[in-house]
Design a protein around this ligand. Sequence first.
Ligand code: HSE
Length: 306
Amino acid sequence: KADAFIGRRPDVASMVTVRAPATSANLGSGFDVFGAALEQPADVVRVEKADRTTISVSGVGSQYIPEDPDKNTVGAVAEALDAPAHIEIDKGVRPASGLGSSAASAAAAAVGLNELYDRGLTREELVPIAAEGEAVVSGAAHADNVAPSIMGGFTIARPDGVTAVDASIPLVTCLPEIVVSTRDARGVVPETASIESIVEVVGNAATLSVGMARNDPELVGRGMNDAIVTPARAELITGYEAVKSAAFDAGATGVTISGAGPAIIAACREGDRRTIASAMLDAFASVDVEARAYQTRIGGGTTVFE
Ligand code: HSE
């Protein structure tokens, strides 16, 4: 009988705390496919075994996040894992930012509940479960934010699996005080594209992927260009063109919308982040938009606190 416990911890904890990072999806040329884990900001989520799932939310923008398990990303994750728990979410990532706010909570819940209930799923197996949670708020199950938040690095998320690459590209993400919902941002995505623009995007996406594998900010930045989705969405972000030009003038190697926006992400060479962040903030200020900038880089995925 004792053999049944080999490889299992008899003292499985009744409470687990995890940190899941913000992420940037799309990276321009990889709409609904590419994503990158950011070193900061992050959500911290604590899960405790319970008979039924309850949720409490604190932190940045918590007043906008429903605590009803049927309307919150983490409720769907608990349901999918058959893992009822009291789930405390401390938001470090503002909702509707373009920095994978709901995905960070879903990723944290998936990893935390998997640990709490000793479900034994791999990180890659947790990605579609967390993506189902995402569908509760965005209307569609994309894995391009949850994959990097769970697995870390740069990720290529497709229905048949996730390819993850370690990278450490310096980044600035600049978040204006504008709200763009993912639903609205998806509403402006063109339904068709010319073969010329598709050829261009394929070239850029391939360049970006190689740039990540080589950890080369020049190639990553060059590969961020996108002539299909980004121009349509840029219209929803006051000051987008001014901020993009300012970031390039300050030395950014590439600039695009982070996820569905309104955050804007710039790829940088080592040592340039402070200047680029300051230029982006000045450009938003010049069009009377308040903003905050994170000097960050591509980092690791969800971590479980011991
Ligand atoms: N790929 C998604 C989009 C990310 O751009 O709409 C936000 O869920």
